[in-house]
Ligand binder design. Structure first.
Ligand code: URA
Length: 288
């Protein structure tokens, strides 16, 4: 079926939105037709295990006209494996400075979202700040610019911080659990979070803030290792500690600004949480 330019662009956009970002062959394959043709290869004759009666023989590798072999993956094939998580832990633990951690993340081969993102989004703000914010994952604006929270929700986050006297030039440092934009802005998978966790934990250890804010449910759940939702977690002070920290630090989960943009009626709760934060920062002499 021929598509006009408008429909073709709309279709491509839809593919991108649902996370389809790679073509593996020039010609479409109607797999419903293929399934009707069980393989008639005699594996036994080839010295392989016979196929049990009633069971379908495994299909031989597809080799259709016009079909190209998929390109070799640029990253490890099994990103959620224990081995990849072991690599992530070892590489993160070996980093002794923020720059070394950034390099370790660049070198890590276990995250396939690197292939679809424009660039890594590592951090922004003052690495010597006493307050660190950890969000979820970069979106389209962050992916384009290379800094966390620079899009519309980031602008709201800046206003929220500004309302209690904090700013990213001096008093806050910001990163995300995930450092590459998931394609089509989909939610990060459990495997992607598990692979990224050692890096953000090490990131917090190296920044060594006095207080950490978990911005949104993904960040709070991942770093506090809980299944509780952000609606229950937000505004409740808790403590956070990872293996490489000498002592726990106060941690406050807050609503994600993207959620507040969608649900402005929740802004009063967010404001109450910011006032709690301000009071604590005054006690700690971080704010006057
Ligand atoms: N949302 C996040 O959680 N992080 C960003 O950097 C941008 C949007």
């Amino acid at each position: 079926m021929a598509l006009d330019d408008y429909s073709a662009a709309a279709l491509l956009q839809w593919y991108a939105d649902v996370g389809v970002d790679e073509a593996t062959g020039d010609a479409p394959i109607d797999r419903t037709k293929l399934a009707d043709k069980p393989a008639v290869v005699s594996y036994a004759a080839q010295g392989e295990a016979p196929v049990a009666e009633g069971a379908r023989a495994p299909l031989p590798p597809l080799n259709l006209p016009g079909m190209k072999a998929p390109a070799a993956p640029a990253v490890d094939a099994n990103p959620g494996s224990f081995e990849a998580i072991g690599d992530a832990k070892a590489m993160a633990a070996a980093a002794n400075t923020i720059d070394e951690l950034k390099q370790a993340l660049e070198d890590f081969k276990g995250l396939s979202i690197k292939r679809t993102a424009t660039q890594m989004v590592f951090a922004d703000g003052n690495p010597a700040a006493r307050v660190m914010l950890v969000g979820e994952a970069p979106g389209a604006d962050e992916d384009r610019i290379g800094r966390p929270f620079v899009g519309i929700s980031g602008q709201l986050l800046d206003r929220m911080m500004g309302a209690i006297g904090l700013n990213r030039d001096e008093t806050i440092y910001i990163s995300n659990v995930i450092n590459w934009r998931p394609p089509g802005n989909r939610n990060p998978s459990d495997a992607e979070i598990a692979l990224s966790l050692p890096f953000i934990q090490r990131h917090i250890e190296l920044v060594n803030p006095a207080v950490v804010l978990f911005v949104g449910g993904v960040s709070a759940k991942a770093l506090l290792q809980t299944t509780e939702g952000i609606t229950r977690l937000r505004g409740r002070w808790t403590s956070y500690q990872s293996e490489g920290m000498a002592a726990p630090i106060p941690a406050l989960p807050i609503f994600h600004p993207a959620y507040l943009l969608r649900s402005p009626q929740q802004k009063s709760l967010a404001w109450a949480d910011l006032l709690k934060l301000k009071a604590r920062l005054r006690e700690l002499k971080i704010l006057p």
